[in-house]
Design a protein around this ligand. Structure first.
Ligand SMILES: NC(=O)c1ccc[n+]([C@@H]2O[C@H](COP(=O)([O-])OP(=O)(O)OC[C@H]3O[C@@H](n4cnc5c(N)ncnc54)[C@H](O)[C@@H]3O)[C@@H](O)[C@H]2O)c1
Length: 277
């Protein structure tokens, strides 16, 4: 895949999934704008991209504030050119709490970044993509948009279910301009967000009990899917939610394999004995 001549804006690019997506676009030739609330992360990532010979611009901004998001898009246009690709990746998770004990402030904070932030990002980029009748939008959602989250709480899950609605509407509205819009639903990705919010034992149990492919997802797995959705090869894919979960929705991880294999063996033996009589 070659993104030479393309401009990509990645929100939440200061670490984790966003960092890897931005680096991978740069490796494949795109000019990349990295956005995050805090400067240190995006400056570091931009510097690493430049050292590898890529072109990167670090822009501070907050996706949950409309004028801040709009301002970032205007800076991208002025300094790198009109954006071809938006990856809305910025997202937060706060200390999990049960619904009945959750404070309104926490709910508002998570919804403001994860859902309203995606709305502002899409709204800010739309006029440029509509004018050029070309563009790719990729929303980083979560497996929490498919069923409840193991790691977050109801605020996080609701914000990601909201992304599904946004994805469908925006994909339909942008289709007449030749712009595609899709979401990626990652399972448990090994990033600071996850590692800092849980223990090694908890993670191992989740992997063994729920991920048939037997390992956590890596930021590289999400970057590869993002680049595919942004490519010309994905021209006819829109309004979709692509799960990158190691098979988590199949429901049973490796803990269950011996038990299931044993049951299959026993059932076969029983059937064979019945045939003999
Ligand atoms: N890590 C996982 O297991 C996992 C699983 C499924 C989905 N996701 C989603 O993937 C995305 C990235 O997750 P991550 O694990 O890399 O997170 P992370 O915490 O490692 O990185 C998040 C980035 O977003 C930035 N950010 C936070 N609030 C912002 C705001 N208001 N405006 C601009 N930037 C902001 C942070 O500065 C940081 O650079 C999130 O949307 C998350 O919900 C993560």
């Amino acid at each position: 895949m070659n993104f030479s001549g393309k401009v990509a804006l990645v929100t939440g690019a200061g670490q984790g999934i966003g960092e890897e997506i931005a680096k991978e676009f740069a490796r494949k030739g795109a000019r990349v704008a990295l956005m995050a609330r805090r400067r240190e992360g995006i400056e570091r990532v931009a510097e690493e991209i430049r050292r590898e010979g890529g072109r990167a611009l670090a822009l501070c901004g907050d996706v949950s504030i409309e004028c801040s998001m709009k301002n970032v898009v205007e800076q991208v246009v002025a300094e790198l050119g009109e954006p071809d690709i938006l990856v809305n990746n910025a997202g937060i998770q706060r200390t999990p709490a049960k619904l009945f004990e959750m404070e309104e402030k926490l709910w508002d904070e998570v919804l403001a970044v994860n859902l309203k932030g995606a709305f502002f990002a899409c709204k800010s980029i739309a006029p440029y993509m509509m004018k050029r009748r070309h563009g790719r939008v990729i929303l980083i959602s979560s497996l929490a948009a498919r069923r409840m989250s193991f790691f977050g709480s109801v605020d996080y899950t609701v914000s990601k279910y909201g992304i599904s609605g946004l994805n469908h509407h925006f994909a339909w509205e942008m289709a007449e301009y030749g712009v595609t819009v899709n979401a990626i639903c990652p399972g448990s990705v090994k990033t600071p967000m996850l590692v800092n919010s849980t223990t090694k034992e908890y993670l191992e149990t989740i992997v063994k009990s729920t991920i048939p492919l037997g390992r956590m997802i890596l930021p590289e797995d999400i970057a590869a899917t993002t680049l595919f959705l942004a490519s010309e090869e994905a021209a006819m894919i829109t309004g979709q939610e692509i799960e990158v979960t190691g098979g988590a929705l199949l429901g049973l991880g490796e803990y269950f394999r011996p038990m299931i294999n044993q049951r299959i063996r026993e059932m076969r033996e029983k059937a064979a004995r019945r045939e003999q009589h």
